[in-house]
Design a protein around this ligand. Sequence first.
Ligand SMILES: *C/C=C(C)/C=C/C=C(C)/C=C/C1=C(C)CCCC1(C)C
Length: 256
Amino acid sequence: MKKLKLFALAAVALMGISGVANASTAMLASDDFVGISFWVISMGMLAATAFFFLEAGSVSAGWRTSVIVAGLVTGIAFIHYMYMREVWVSTGDSPTVYRYIDWLITVPLQMVEFYLILTAVGKANSGMFWRLLLGSVVMLVGGYLGEAGYINPTLGFIIGIAGWVYILYEVFSGEAGRAAAKSGNKALVTAFGAMRMIVTVGWAIYPLGYVFGYLTGGVDADSLNVIYNLADFVNKIAFGLVIWAAATSSGGRRSK
Ligand SMILES: *C/C=C(C)/C=C/C=C(C)/C=C/C1=C(C)CCCC1(C)C
């Protein structure tokens, strides 16, 4: 376990450093607040990744995979943030393609989390995972087509919202929501409720970014990126912390 953790951390750090090497081509300007937000969030993601990987060894076995996946989410985001920051600082353009590649990997991983925390208490069913995945893909493909200019931005927004609403339906009224409510496990019910709030309130920040970025006349890259960056900070790090908190309260921490 220890070796595995060291390996995982080293891999993330190395990939991050390869991103840093690129940074020699562009310098962050002191008045580039969007660029500063890219930097701050990159470092938050790195710290969260180290934290989740190191903590994974201290939680009870049933929760371990969930905490590791939380670290994968922030680790993948960290690497993408190094590239996104580079695009922003050197060109002033929105790093749309990197952002969506990151989301396309990390959002399904977060849907896996809903499934995993139910598995941790033996209440899971794979059908619900596939439905959550389907909702995520519709949401992200709609958003990407709209942002990258393949379809009208309003149409992309509507498709994106439809996918999100479907995810909300599944976690509130669908099988996943019912399974959590019936589980009778206090840590699980608390974690599931908090994750659900993140997917409702925290995720609502993204469509706001899209609206300010594309639907208020012209393209406002500053608002778009600051809002998306803030949203990622909340939705990746807080989401992982909720899982970590449930994991440490459920079955206790293993003393070493
Ligand atoms: C770690 C990354 C996460 C949790 C990304 C989540 C992204 C969304 C919830 C995006 C949602 C969108 C809409 C609901 C409509 C407009 C288009 C999107 C893709 C911005």
